[in-house]
Design a protein around this ligand. Structure first.
Ligand SMILES: [Zn+2]
Length: 411
C-alpha cells in the first residue's frame, strides 16, 4: 500500500488544469530518526514533492500527499521552543486583538494550536480554546493551562465544538494553514464555528518571498500549499467571504498574515490593495512566475554541489547544523546527502539517533568544537545569524559555516 496519494485538482479552485512548474528530486520525509545507522538506512521514505501551478487560479501547491499518520506521527515542532517564535506569536496575537476591540469576553479558537504558546498571549478576559492532533504537545498545552482538544480539525470536530463551547469571535490558523489537504472542507468547517461577524486569521509563508528570495527550505511535504493573495481572494469569495486586511512579516524568511470575514463587513485595507497590485505587477496573476526561479535554482544547485564535492574530494569533513524540517529538502535538492558526516542539533530527543534514509548521526551542538568539521552547512537556514553568533569558538578555531539557502556563501 502506497504511503502517499496524488491529487488531480487544484486545492483552491478545483480545476484539473495543474501544470508541473518546479521539478524536484524525491525528498526524504522530515522528522524521521532511528536508533541505529542500519535501521536509518533501511527506512528511506523518499517521496515526490514537485511544485504545480494551477492554470486557472495560479495557486502553487504540491499534489503528492503523504498519509496523515505518517506525515504527522513524529511531529516534534514546539511553538514555544525559540524566543524568536514566541515574540512572533505575541505580535500575531496583538494583530488579532485589534479586530476584537469592543467585544465582550471574546471567544477565540486556534487551529493547530501546538503547545498553546500563541493562546497564552491573550488577556485573561478572553475565552481561549486550541485544537491540535499531536498528543504529547496537546497534553503539554492542557497541563500548562491552555484548554486544547487533541484532534485534527474537521467538520465533525467543528460541530462538537459548537455544541460544547458555542461559536467563536475569531478563529486563527497560523502555521497549520499551509498544511491543509482539503481547503474547501477546511474552510466550510471554519465558517461553521465562526459567529456571523467573526474573523478568520491565517498565516503562511508568502509565495512572493519564496520565489524572490529562494526560500527553498519551505518546500517540505507538510506544506501542501504555497500561498499568494490573488488566488486566496477568489477562494474566499467563492465561500461568500472576503480577505480584507494583510500584514507581511519576516517570519521564516517572509510570511503573510491575512484577515477574512463574511462579505461586505469590512473595507479592503490599503495594505491589501497595494499587495494585490504588486502581485499583478510582478507577474503572479499569470502562471509562469516560477520560470526565473528555476533558472536561479539551477545555478544555485551547481554552485553548492560543485563546491562541496570539491571540498569532500580534498579530504575535508562536512557537517550540517540543524536536523530541521527543511534539512532533507536542502540536502536532496543539492544532491549532497552522501557527503554529510554528521548533523548537529539542539534537541535532546534527536541526539544520539540517525537520520532516516541518510544514516548519519545527530550530535549535540555542544560537540561542534570537539568534532571540528572543516565545513558546517547551516540547514536550519532561518536561524543562520543566531547559530553563527552562538558558535564563535568554532569559527575562531578555523571552522567554516556555510549558508546554502537562500544563497550560497562561505562565512
Ligand atoms: Zn486553482
Amino acid at each position: 500500500m502506497s504511503i502517499y496519494t496524488s491529487v488531480r485538482s487544484c486545492r483552491l479552485c478545483s480545476s484539473k488544469r495543474l501544470k508541473k512548474a518546479v521539478p524536484m528530486p524525491e525528498i526524504q520525509l522530515t522528522e524521521k530518526y532511528f536508533m541505529t545507522r542500519e535501521e536509518a538506512l533501511n527506512n528511506a521514505f523518499k517521496l515526490p514533492i514537485d511544485l504545480y501551478v494551477c492554470q486557472e487560479c495560479c495557486h502553487a501547491q504540491i499534489t503528492d500527499i503523504v498519509k496523515k499518520d505518517i506525515l504527522w506521527g513524529d511531529f516534534t515542532f514546539w511553538s514555544g521552543q525559540t524566543a524568536k517564535m514566541r515574540e512572533h506569536l505575541l505580535d500575531v496575537a496583538t494583530w488579532t486583538q485589534k479586530f476584537l476591540v469592543g467585544k465582550d469576553k471574546p471567544h477565540v479558537l486556534d487551529v493547530g494550536s501546538n503547545d498553546g504558546t500563541f493562546l497564552k498571549n491573550f488577556p485573561s478576559e478572553y475565552r481561549v480554546l486550541g485544537v491540535d492532533p499531536a498528543k504529547d504537545i496537546a497534553r503539554h498545552a492542557n497541563n500548562d493551562g491552555v484548554p486544547t482538544i487533541c484532534e485534527f480539525f474537521d467538520r465533525d470536530i467543528a460541530n462538537q465544538m459548537i455544541q460544547n463551547h458555542g461559536k467563536f469571535d475569531s478563529v486563527t490558523c497560523l502555521n497549520a494553514f499551509a498544511h491543509c489537504e482539503d481547503m474547501n472542507e477546511f474552510f466550510d468547517a471554519i465558517k461553521n464555528v465562526l459567529k456571523p461577524d467573526g474573523i478568520f486569521i491565517f498565516e503562511a509563508s508568502y509565495l512572493l518571498d519564496i520565489v524572490n528570495k529562494m526560500l527553498l527550505g519551505t518546500i517540505i511535504h507538510e506544506h501542501m500549499s504555497h500561498h499568494h493573495l490573488l488566488p486566496l481572494c477568489t477562494f474566499f469569495e467563492k465561500h461568500g467571504f472576503e480577505l480584507f486586511d494583510i500584514f507581511n512579516n519576516d517570519y521564516q524568511g517572509g510570511s503573510v498574515l491575512g484577515a477574512v470575514a463574511a462579505a461586505g463587513q469590512h473595507p479592503m485595507s490599503n495594505n491589501l490593495k497595494n499587495a494585490l497590485q504588486k502581485e499583478r505587477d510582478l507577474g503572479f496573476s499569470s502562471t509562469n512566475y516560477f520560470s526565473d526561479f528555476n533558472r536561479r535554482l539551477t545555478q544555485l544547485r551547481y554552485s553548492v554541489k560543485s563546491s562541496i564535492s570539491h571540498w569532500k574530494s580534498s579530504g575535508s569533513t562536512i557537517a550540517a547544523y540543524g536536523a530541521s524540517r527543511s534539512s532533507p529538502t536542502l540536502l536532496s535538492l543539492f544532491g549532497i546527502e552522501e557527503m554529510i558526516d554528521c548533523v548537529f542539533d539542539d534537541h535532546a530527543q534527536k541526539q544520539g539517533k540517525f537520520v532516516g534514509g541518510q544514516g548519519f548521526p545527530v550530535l549535540n551542538t555542544k560537540m561542534l568544537t570537539e568534532v571540528m568539521p572543516d565545513f558546517t552547512l547551516v540547514t536550519a537556514w532561518s536561524h543562520l545569524d543566531v547559530i553563527i553568533d552562538k558558535n564563535k569558538e568554532y569559527t575562531e578555531k578555523g571552522g567554516k559555516f556555510v549558508s546554502i539557502c537562500p544563497e550560497f556563501r562561505v562565512i
